[in-house]
Write a protein that binds this ligand. Structure first.
Ligand code: ZN
Length: 283
């Protein structure tokens, strides 16, 4: 569930509740999501430690304590709740502080909760390999152009490559391509400078608008706000711009939703239909 806008807001909402609070206990309800890298029971090691800071790195939330960290990678279905009575079946880990209780719940159990010593973040797969953070000042047009310049990937796959852009998930990759009017299978090296520039602006706008929308909704922490998306999971619904039926395509194993009219496949108009005569090409 959580993508970049959700995680940015989660961090902002959890920080004032949890910063400075000392841990009373850590209850592991389902160990399948836990990666314990400390060689001891988290409940004993973290007891009485106050939370010093909460940072987001790409799709990870990093809870920082003196000499220790807890990093949560919620993947597709991880959710958070501060409800002290949270007892749903997806509950995996409870971090009980002297103040609130932070519940980590995960329906599919695909997410991970890492307990680790400071300085060992490199042991978390993909943690240090994150590309440019889309909410950082480093995400400039020049940096984006430099990153996309060498890529021959299909654009949908490029957008979801966390070692390049950190981080677009399925929903906002689809939304950014819709805003940029690009077909998800377009190879990066077929894009003009103008198209790349428009794509950069579209990514920034889609993320910024979504953060503003989700923040204004102020839904309960564990509720997913996605009613603002224009194409994601809207197969067979009309495109909000032109009314054409939205389609779903498979791009390297991932479902991608797009409007075939607003986002035409590049090159379709150049198929030579078995002739060498350039004059018969339909442009
Ligand atoms: Zn359309």
């Amino acid at each position: 569930m959580p993508e970049l806008p959700d995680l940015a807001i989660l961090r902002d909402r959890l920080s004032p509740e949890l910063l400075g609070q000392k841990i009373r206990s850590i209850e592991i309800v389902d160990p399948i999501v836990v990666r314990n890298l400390i060689g001891a029971t988290p409940d004993e090691v973290y007891k009485e430690l106050p939370l010093l800071s909460l940072e987001r790195r790409g799709p990870f939330l990093n809870f920082i304590f003196e000499k220790m960290n807890i990093v949560i990678h919620p993947m597709l279905s991880g959710r958070f709740s501060l409800d002290p009575k949270y007892k749903k079946k997806d509950l995996c880990v409870r971090i009980v502080t002297e103040g609130p209780v932070l519940n980590y719940a995960d329906d599919t159990r695909m997410g991970k909760v890492y307990f680790l010593n400071e300085g060992e973040l490199g042991r978390i797969p993909k943690y240090e390999e994150q590309g440019i953070d889309l909410l950082s000042e480093e995400f400039t047009l020049a940096a984006f152009l430099k990153t996309i310049e060498k890529s021959r990937q299909q654009i949908r796959a490029f957008l979801m490559d966390q070692s390049k852009l950190s981080v677009l998930g399925n929903a906002y990759a689809d939304e950014a391509l819709f805003a940029a009017k690009l077909h998800p299978k377009t190879p990066c090296n077929r894009l003009s400078l103008g198209e790349k520039t428009f794509l950069y602006e579209s990514i920034k706008k889609v993320i910024a608008d979504s953060i503003e929308y989700i923040r204004a909704k102020n839904a309960p922490l564990d509720v997913k706000v996605r009613d603002h998306v224009k194409v994601r999971n809207r197969k067979n619904e009309p495109c909000p711009v032109c009314g054409t039926t939205i389609r779903r395509a498979n791009v390297l194993g991932y479902d991608s939703f797009f409007c075939p009219v607003c986002q035409p496949a590049k090159g379709e108009q150049f198929i030579p239909w078995g002739t060498q005569d350039n004059s018969t090409q339909v442009n």
